[in-house]
Structures are given as C-alpha cells and as structure tokens.
Design a protein around this ligand. Structure first.
Ligand SMILES: Cc1cc2nc3c(=O)[nH]c(=O)nc-3n(C[C@H](O)[C@H](O)[C@H](O)COP(=O)(O)OP(=O)(O)OC[C@H]3O[C@@H](n4cnc5c(N)ncnc54)[C@H](O)[C@@H]3O)c2cc1C
Length: 266
C-alpha cells in the first residue's frame, strides 16, 4: 500500500515482525525445502486466504544473530543503516495450537533465502511479518487455470486444497530442473501439466507459450505467479489479446531474473 508525497513514496508500515525459530526442516525435492518456523509470537497470526504472503526476515548472510530492523517511513533499516535480508514467501500450514508455520523455499543459485533454507537447523532465528493479501476464490467461476514456475509451487499446492472440488482446474507448472516435480495435493477435477524449461532459456519460456495455448472456458479464472517479466507477458496476452476482464485474472510477479529480493508487483 503506497501513497505519494512531494518527498517521494511513503509506505504504510507493514505488520510488526514476530520472532520465530526453526522448528523443523523437510527437503521435499532437491529444489524445494519445507522450513517449519514456530514460537509464541505467532500467537494471533491469522491467514484467511490461500496464496497470501509473509515477509521473512533473516540474519545477515554468514551470521546467526537476528537483528531487528526499524521502519524508516518507506523501508526497514538495521541500526547500522543497512538493509535487512527480507524475502516474501507463501504462508502455508499455520497451526495455532503448536504455533508453527510452514514455508516452502525454492533451492536455486545465489539466493539468501535459498541458502538459509538449505542450511536451516532447529533453533535458527528468523522473523515473520504479515500476512499480505491472498487470492479471493470466486465460487461462481466455471473453472480455474493455475500457472507458475517453481516459486509458485507452494501457492499452487495450497490453492488445489482450497478450490471448489466440483470445478475443473488446469495446472501448468514450469520447472527449471526436472527434479523439482513433486506430487501436488489431489483435487478431484484437476489436470496437471509440467513443462521443463530448456537449459539456458529465460524463465517463462516454457510457461508463457503453455498458458497462451491453453483453452479458457467462458467464466473461468486464471491465477499465475512466477518470474516478473514472464508474468508481464502472460498479463498482456490475457488482457490485450484475449480481452479478458482484469477481474478474471490474478497475475503476480514473484521474483525478478537477475535481481535479488522479491518482485512483489502487487
Ligand atoms: C507473494 C509472493 C509469494 C512468494 N512465495 C514464495 C514461496 O512460497 N517460495 C519461494 O521459494 N518463493 C516465493 N516467492 C518468491 C521469492 O520471494 C523470490 O524468489 C526471492 O527472490 C527468493 O529469495 P532468495 O534470497 O532465495 O533469492 P534472491 O537473493 O532474492 O535472488 C538471488 C538471485 O536468484 C534469482 N532468483 C530468485 N528467486 C528465484 C527462483 N525462484 N528461481 C530461480 N532464480 C531465482 C534472482 O533473480 C537473483 O538473480 C514469493 C514471492 C511473492 C511476491
């Protein structure tokens, strides 16, 4: 949420960070690690919609100490003025009894969150802020298309668990490594198509044509998330070429190729 001012962008302060510790680490595939975080400060966290977001605050790379940042009008800064390591993830299972939250983090080259997830051990410190808004499922839709790359697999899994059982769902997933394929939650009317990104091809090179060639029944809704430039191509196709009403689409850039930090263009 942003407001303009003569001095630049003033952003509303995000929800306070809740300190957590790693409670468990479960490798799901060589490309995806589930990290369960927990702690009493998760008390009161409520996540109502699927495919929502939380911000994960991490210790500086190479350190195990978690320094809490403070809000400076439009960004969080550490006491020394540097930017903290913060990444956006999909909040998955939230257990209010054990006060635990599951996150699933893609393993890829050169990422702070990716490296943290691979090295995470019980007791490691982090913090969570959120949630940010998720996907409002339209119960009147005739069906759903869910598209994404590996970063969207956690959200797609959660959506499959929550979409109406009697509505057809077409899932289209691009993986940069075949080892990223995994068993998604069952949905009685879902078909799942996996696409391998050819080695060296830019992200989205398999996903975008797959979505462009997908048949969309009237009244269906399309949800897609992944690399920002690929999402922009999908958005343009759906809105400008297919002339779909914006309200029938939900397209969100999750990361930017070649740039650290998420690409939340929401
Ligand atoms: C609403 C929302 C929900 C999200 N949910 C999830 C989630 O549940 N799980 C998840 O893993 N990600 C999720 N993401 C995406 C995640 O925030 C970004 O991928 C983030 O950049 C990962 O941080 P990192 O520290 O690993 O890499 P960074 O340090 O941010 O990036 C380092 C380099 O890796 C590249 N990179 C970043 N992400 C990927 C990737 N997925 N594959 C290949 N290269 C990449 C960057 O372009 C950069 O060159 C979500 C993003 C949003 C906005």
């Amino acid at each position: 949420m942003t407001e303009s001012s003569s001095t630049g962008r003033i952003r509303r302060e995000p929800p306070t960070y809740r300190r957590v510790a790693v409670a468990g680490v479960t490798p799901l595939t060589p490309r995806l690690v589930r990290v369960t975080v927990g702690g009493p400060e998760l008390d009161g966290l409520v996540i109502e919609q699927p495919a929502a977001s939380v911000r994960l605050l991490l210790p500086a790379p190479g350190s195990s100490e978690l320094v809490m940042p403070t809000w400076h009008g439009n960004e969080f800064l550490l006491p020394d003025g540097s930017r903290p390591t913060i990444r956006t993830l999909t909040p998955l299972r939230l257990d209010s009894t054990t006060q635990e939250l599951d996150l699933e983090i893609v393993v890829h080259e050169g990422g702070a969150a990716s490296a943290w997830a691979q090295a995470a051990r019980p007791g490691d410190k982090a913090a969570i802020s959120g949630p940010g808004r998720g996907y409002p499922i339209d119960a009147d839709a005739s069906g759903f298309v869910l598209g994404g790359d590996e970063s969207a697999i956690p959200a797609i899994g959660q959506l499959l668990e929550m979409l109406p059982a009697d509505k057809p769902v077409h899932v289209i997933v691009e993986v940069a490594d075949p080892a990223a394929r995994l068993e998604l939650p069952k949905h009685p009317a879902a078909t799942v198509d996996w696409y391998d990104l050819p080695a060296g091809a830019p992200p989205g090179d398999a996903l975008v044509p797959a979505i462009i060639s997908t048949e969309l029944a009237p009244g269906s809704r399309i949800w897609a998330a992944g690399e920002a430039a690929a999402m922009q191509r999908i958005r343009r196709h759906l809105l400008d070429e297919r002339n779909l009403p914006r309200s029938e689409t939900w397209i969100r850039g999750y990361w930017k190729s070649g740039r650290a930090g998420d690409a939340d263009d929401d």
